[in-house]
Write a protein that binds this ligand. Structure first.
Ligand code: UD1
Length: 319
C-alpha cells in the first residue's frame, strides 16, 4: 500500500512514517519543514519519498496524492496560544490546507483520509471524560480550525464519497516532540528545562489536567484508522482514559530524572482549557484501539530520549 503522510517530518508524522516503513509500506511525505525536520526522517530517508512543500499549495498536494491509497493528514499549526496570536494563519494552514488535501484525495480517488483532529474541539465540558457524543464547543481559534477540518472530512464523505476518519488526539507526547519554541508541548518543555538546569514554567496553578498520550499509542491509532471497517465518517478520541495535573507530572519527572524541578508559576494562558480526559470506548470498539504505553512508562521513555539526545548534542558541540 502507498501512504501519503502530510507533516511527515514532524513529531507525530515521522514516528508514523517509521512504523509504516517497518511494516513494508511505500511512503511519500509532504512537509514544508516549518515545524518538522528532515533529521526526524534520517533513519528512513532512503526508503521513502520526501517532497518539500506545503498543504497550502493546491498543486503540490495534487501531485503528491497521485497513486496514493491512504492519506494521513497530520500537517498543521499545532499550538493553541499561537492560534490566539495568529488566527488567520492558523485558519489558512489548518482549514484551507485541509480542504486542499481533501480535494486532492477526492481527485486521486484514495481509499481513505485519516485526519489529525484534536480534543480541543470539545472546549470546556461540564463532565469528564469527554465523549464523542458531546456537542463540540472550542474556545480557541485552533480548536475551531480542527473542528472545521472534521466537518469537512465528513462532508467530503457524504458529498463525494471520500472515506474519512478523524482522530481527536489528546496531548500526544514522546520522542521527537520539539521543545524549541514557547509554543511547544508542555512535557517537551518540562524535560528541556530540567536538562538545561532552567526553571520549568507553569501557566496557571498547575492543577489543570491533561490525558497525556504517548506517541506509540497515537501511531497505533493512525494505522488502525486507515483500515478499520465501519469507521468511515466517524470521529474518535485517541487518549489513554486517564488525566494528570501538571503539578503531578512535575513530581513524577523529578522522581524519574532525579532532579529538582523548582517550577515558576506564571499567569494562565488565553484559550487554554482546564481539564481534559478521553473516553476511548468508541475507538476500542470500532478501531480495536488499546493504549499500549501508559503515562508513567511513556514519561520515563520520553525523559530517557531527551536525556540521550541532550548528551549527544552536547558532545557534538564540544568537538
Ligand atoms: C495540545 C497540543 C495540540 C493538541 C491538543 C490536544 C501542542 C503544542 N499542543 O494542546 O496540538 O491538539 O493538545 O491533543 O502539542 N503549559 C505550561 N508550561 C509550558 C507549556 C504549557 O504550563 O511551558 C500548560 C498550558 O498552559 C496548558 C498545558 O500546559 O495548560 C498544556 O499545554 P500544551 O502542551 O501547549 O497543550 P494543549 O494546549 O493542551
Amino acid at each position: 500500500m502507498r501512504y501519503l503522510v502530510t507533516g511527515g517530518a514532524g513529531f507525530i508524522g515521522s514516528n508514523t512514517v517509521d512504523e509504516l516503513v517497518r511494516r513494508g509500506h511505500s511512503v511519500v511525505v509532504l512537509d514544508d519543514l516549518s515545524a518538522g525536520k528532515e533529521a526526524n526522517l534520517a533513519g528512513v530517508a532512503d526508503k521513502i519519498e520526501f517532497i518539500r512543500g506545503s498543504i497550502t499549495d493546491p498543486d503540490a498536494v495534487q501531485k503528491v496524492c497521485r497513486g496514493v491509497d491512504y492519506v494521513l493528514h497530520l500537517a498543521a499549526r499545532t499550538s493553541v496560544p499561537r492560534s490566539v496570536k495568529e488566527p488567520l494563519e492558523t485558519n489558512r494552514i489548518n482549514v484551507d490546507g485541509t480542504l486542499n488535501v481533501l480535494v486532492a484525495a477526492r481527485d486521486a480517488k484514495v481509499r481513505r483520509v485519516v485526519f489529525a483532529a484534536s480534543s480541543s474541539a470539545y472546549g470546556e465540558t461540564p463532565t469528564l471524560p469527554k465523549v464523542e457524543t458531546m456537542p463540540p464547543a472550542p474556545i480557541s481559534p485552533y480548536g475551531i480550525s480542527k473542528l472545521v477540518g472534521e466537518l469537512y472530512l465528513r462532508v467530503f464523505g457524504q458529498v463525494y464519497g471520500v472515506e474519512n476518519v478523524s482522530l481527536r488526539y489528546f496531548n500526544v507526547f514522546g520522542p521527537r516532540q520539539d521543545p524549541g519554541s514557547p509554543y511547544s508541548g508542555v512535557l517537551s518543555r518540562f524535560c528541556a528545562a530540567l536538562l538545561e538546569g532552567e526553571q520549568p514554567v507553569v501557566f496557571g496553578d498547575g492543577e489543570q489536567s491533561r490525558d497525556f498520550t504517548h506517541i506509540e499509542n497515537a501511531v497505533n491509532a493512525n494505522l488502525l484508522a486507515c483500515e478499520a471497517p465501519n469507521a468511515s465518517g466517524l470521529v474518535f478520541n485517541v487518549g489513554t482514559g486517564g488525566r494528570y495535573t501538571l503539578n503531578h507530572t512535575l513530581r513524577l519527572l523529578e522522581k524519574i530524572s532525579g532532579k529538582r524541578a523548582n517550577p515558576r508559576y506564571d499567569p494562565p494562558r488565553e484559550g487554554d482549557i482546564r481539564d481534559s480526559q478521553a473516553d476511548i470506548g468508541l475507538a476500542r470498539t470500532i478501531l480495536g484501539y488499546e493504549p499500549r504505553v501508559g503515562f508513567e512508562e511513556g514519561l520515563r521513555r520520553t525523559w530517557e530520549w531527551y536525556y540521550a539526545t541532550h548528551r549527544s548534542e552536547a558532545a557534538v558541540q564540544r568537538t
